[in-house]
Ligand binder design. Structure first.
Ligand SMILES: Nc1nc2c(c(=O)[nH]1)N[C@H]1C(S)=C(S)[C@@H](COP(=O)(O)OP(=O)(O)OC[C@H]3O[C@@H](n4cnc5c(=O)[nH]c(N)nc54)[C@H](O)[C@@H]3O)O[C@H]1N2
Ligand SMILES: Nc1nc2c(c(=O)[nH]1)N[C@H]1C(S)=C(S)[C@@H](COP(=O)(O)OP(=O)(O)OC[C@H]3O[C@@H](n4cnc5c(=O)[nH]c(N)nc54)[C@H](O)[C@@H]3O)O[C@H]1N2
Ligand code: SF4
Ligand SMILES: [Mo]
Length: 738
């Protein structure tokens, strides 16, 4: 007899994890619909999103990897043999044991990606195995803001946008019209319908910028100058919050003399934004309280200028009194549930192994020593940042170690929730490094170009096949998620199972007290006031943070709590940076600007619906509506270069070339912006094509060279790279020749 049930589950195609109801028959999902009784509590929001419907196709897509696979031919030959999970786990465990004996635990690295997977089991395994070397993308996603806000305010900040209370909004280097499907974009739309100022800082006139009262089309990479110019106006015109500055800010005099060097007229020449607009933006922001300043990847991907930009933005918030104030921002609180830093078992990684981290001695903040330096202060408020993500190895150092054996051999890599051949910089280098490995294991849903080079591909349970508990990496008291709809199809397994099973085979007997992923999530919630079952009913755990916490009296000392920084104040002039031997005030570098008109500045990776990074190119409906990779430039630029809308285009940088279709779009004149993450699942899944990885891959055009990365965090450059463009015959020819 057929068993039919309706199960409350979640969409898993972006961070909102919207509630869905799945119709399940005999263990298979037959239909899905939005569940407005659960987060985000609004069926309209979901019907406005194109992606959730793809969940059904995704669950049983013909390209899904359903069984463990082992390479039988040459690496990349596309020849595989099916094997059992036990056989695969035994093989991999034996090879890792051998690696540990021949080299050291640090010879194993892992690769993670964006926040679409649950990474703590991977970190837990690595802490117990003894390797400090996880490769991430944090240096260009999230970490610059988290690090800089932590050392300026003592903890990361969450910026708010409440159309009722917020009086002014600046969206800086973020385009939620494409990167956000749901609540946040809805709030921006609502806000833009009021008469309150909405300022957008972006070289492109995005759909977000079109809603702005003031659009600042900044030259890519020069944002820190713009922010310093605004600070100069605010200080010179005395528009700052003198009470807050006096009582709660450290280093105002130093800041005042520092920003004197950035008058709007000078800044206009560097940023390409008119001086009048710089003044207007500064005044609007300073004179409308509470004001919210929200930044995105646009400024996380500026190499050496990302940290100074974040620092200048952090200072803007503080001097205008927009810190820890309703409608502007709040400093987050630690979660009530078990934080990531504990789930990762960060404490279990021995000191000697920490000091072997590839970043040690190379990066001042993004390293175990940097972590300790900042932690010394955050600890005063009983707060601990997630350790593994904020210390993750600089990818360029990891690829180099694989290729050269220096500073020591890195011979094995386990890739989970990431596709480094598409999403890490310098695809040629990543390719060579992956090819050189003794062991490459990829946990995946699909045979991605990265997986095509693996020794083992292991089939992951995804979407509605596993429970979900998505947190802000343990820096805030918030989580989203819910129950799985079905048991994994075929032989897919949750990533947790892989790490646990591997760990147990390698002697991590006490490290995995929970037998299942489910049990681990129940345990994670135990210290909080609700159970897993209660959590699943709403899909949201959120304890709102109080405001102005710095003014609370600490019962232990009888004095105000202040900020968790060396001065116990907001550090406009950072003592932590000075102690690390870095400039204590934001000091950006001039980026290359072409004067002869032959070169443009390249943006690699402005997001576009409905794809996410390199994923979902297999989904039929989504792909039909977006068949080809696009490069955008202004009508003026296209006309100057004699290029017609719709023509195939070759984009070339000093690192490589890639093909796109030209789309004329409103933006600055000196800029070209290409989509990132493009490969062609319909092309052969073996060398030399590797799913078309060499054709239209934005990261063939980029580099994360450690020498040019930022010395604090290791941020490399995805935005503002000099490039040249040419019309070509066809967009889809293979261009790999190295
Ligand atoms: N040029 C350029 N490069 C960029 C960016 C840019 O703007 N420009 N953006 C960067 C940013 S912000 C990010 S976050 C990264 C994203 O980088 P990645 O995270 O590497 O990007 P995805 O393409 O989403 O790759 C995720 C892969 O993991 C698989 N996957 C998803 N969920 C799971 C899971 O739960 N378990 C397992 N085992 N696999 C899973 C998917 O099938 C997919 O193939 O890219 C970065 N790279
Ligand atoms: N559809 C879709 N949604 C996604 C993702 C996806 O891949 N696809 N990825 C998810 C991930 S991992 C992340 S991190 C978020 C990111 O979400 P966002 O932070 O909103 O990132 P983007 O949409 O790339 O927007 C960045 C904007 O910065 C602009 N920009 C480029 N260079 C500069 C510069 O030098 N200065 C300034 N001021 N702006 C600049 C670009 O033109 C672009 O409009 O999106 C998430 N949502
Ligand atoms: S907003 Fe995100 S989680 Fe919600 S339905 Fe759309 S893709 Fe899924
Ligand atoms: Mo990201």
């Amino acid at each position: 007899m057929t068993e039919r049930t309706r199960v409350r589950t979640n969409c898993r195609f972006c961070g909102y994890l919207c509630g869905l109801i799945a119709a399940v028959e005999d263990g298979r999902v037959t239909d899905i619909e939005p569940d407005p009784s659960r987060y985000p509590f609004d069926a309209n929001l979901q019907s406005g999103c194109r992606r959730w419907r793809a969940n059904l196709e995704f669950l049983d897509h013909p390209d899904r990897v359903n069984y463990p696979l082992k390479r039988v031919g040459e690496r990349g030959s596309g020849k595989w043999r099916r094997l059992s999970w036990d056989e695969a786990l035994e093989d991999i465990a034996a090879r890792l044991q051998d690696l540990k004996e021949r080299y050291n635990p640090e010879a194993l690295a892992t690769s993670i990606g964006g926040p679409h997977a649950t990474y703590w089991p991977l970190h837990r395994f690595m802490s117990l195995f003894g390797s400090p070397n996880n490769i991430g993308i944090g240096q260009i996603c999230w970490n610059p803001g988290v690090w800089i806000n932590s050392l300026t305010y003592g903890w990361p900040v969450e910026n708010e946008l409440d159309p009722d209370t917020t009086a002014c909004v600046i969206l800086w280097g973020t385009n939620p019209a494409e990167s956000d499907n749901s609540l946040f974009w809805r709030r921006i739309v609502q806000f833009s319908r009021t008469d309150k100022p909405l300022i957008v800082v972006d070289p492109r006139q995005t759909r977000t910028a079109m809603r702005a009262t003031l659009w600042l089309p900044v030259r890519p990479g020069t944002d820190a100058f713009l922010a310093l110019g605004m600070l100069r106006v605010i200080l010179a015109e005395k528009l700052y919050d003198a009470g807050f500055v006096e009582r709660w800010c450290h280093g105002f005099d130093e800041l005042e003399s520092h920003v004197a060097a950035y008058p709007p007229d000078v800044v206009a020449g560097i940023t390409g934004v008119e001086a009048g607009k710089i003044r207007e933006a500064a005044r609007l922001y300073a004179l409308h309280s509470p004001a919210s300043l929200i930044s995105g990847r646009g400024i996380d991907q500026l190499g050496r200028n990302s940290a100074p930009t974040h620092q200048a933005l952090a200072i803007l918030r503080a001097v205008t009194g927009n810190l820890d104030v309703a409608g502007a921002s709040h400093l987050c609180e630690m979660p009530d549930f078990i934080p990531e830093v504990d789930l990762e078992l960060s404490a279990a990684l021995p000191e000697a192994q920490r000091m072997k981290g590839l970043n040690q001695g190379r990066l001042m903040l993004q390293s175990y020593r940097g972590y300790e330096h900042v932690q010394k202060h955050t600890q005063r408020h009983d707060k601990r940042l997630p350790m593994r993500y904020l210390t993750s190895a600089h990818p360029n150092l990891a690829w180099q170690a694989m290729l050269t054996g220096k500073p020591y051999p890195v011979r094995a890599l386990i890739v989970m929730g990431s596709n480094p051949l598409l999403t890490q910089a310098d695809t040629h280098l990543v390719y060579q490094a992956l090819k050189s490995l003794d062991l490459l294991v990829v946990l995946e849903f699909f045979k991605t170009p990265t997986a095509m080079l693996a020794d083992y591909i292991l089939p992951s349970a995804g979407g509605m096949e596993r429970p979900l508990f998505q947190t802000h990496a343990g820096i805030a008291n918030i989580a989203y998620g819910g129950e799985q709809a079905v048991q994994p199809y075929y032989e897919r397994r949750s990533d947790f199972d892989f790490w646990r099973e591997l760990g147990l085979r390698l002697g991590q007997t006490n490290g995995w007290p929970w037998k299942t992923f489910h049990a681990s999530l129940e345990a994670t919630l135990e210290p909080s006031s609700i159970t897993w079952r209660q959590f699943c009913e709403s899909g949201l755990y959120h304890v709102p943070s109080p405001y102005q916490k710095h003014e609370q009296i600490d019962p232990a000392t009888g004095i105000e709590r202040g900020f968790a920084t060396p001065s116990r104040k907001v550090e406009l002039c950072s003592q932590t940076l000075a102690e690390l031997g870095y400039k204590p005030l934001p000091t950006p570098e001039l980026t290359p600007v072409s004067n002869d008109g032959s070169s443009l500045l390249l943006i690699t990776g402005a997001r576009k619906q409905p794809f996410n990074a390199s994923a979902l190119r297999q989904m039929e409906d989504l792909r039909a509506a977006n068949p080809e990779p696009v490069a955008e430039m202004s009508a003026e630029t296209a006309a100057r270069l004699g290029l017609a809308d719709g023509c195939p285009l070759l984009v070339e940088t000093e690192y490589g070339e890639a093909r796109f279709i030209l789309k004329v779009a409103p933006m600055r004149e000196d800029v070209v912006s290409v989509e990132y993450g493009w490969w062609y699942p319909e092309m052969p899944a073996c060398e030399p094509d590797l799913g078309g990885v060499w054709v239209s891959n934005a990261n063939v055009l980029t580099s994360a060279n450690i020498e040019t990365s930022d010395p604090l965090i290791g941020t490399w450059t995805y935005n503002g790279l000099p490039c040249r463009v040419f019309a070509v015959e066809a967009a889809m020819e293979r261009t790999y020749e190295r």
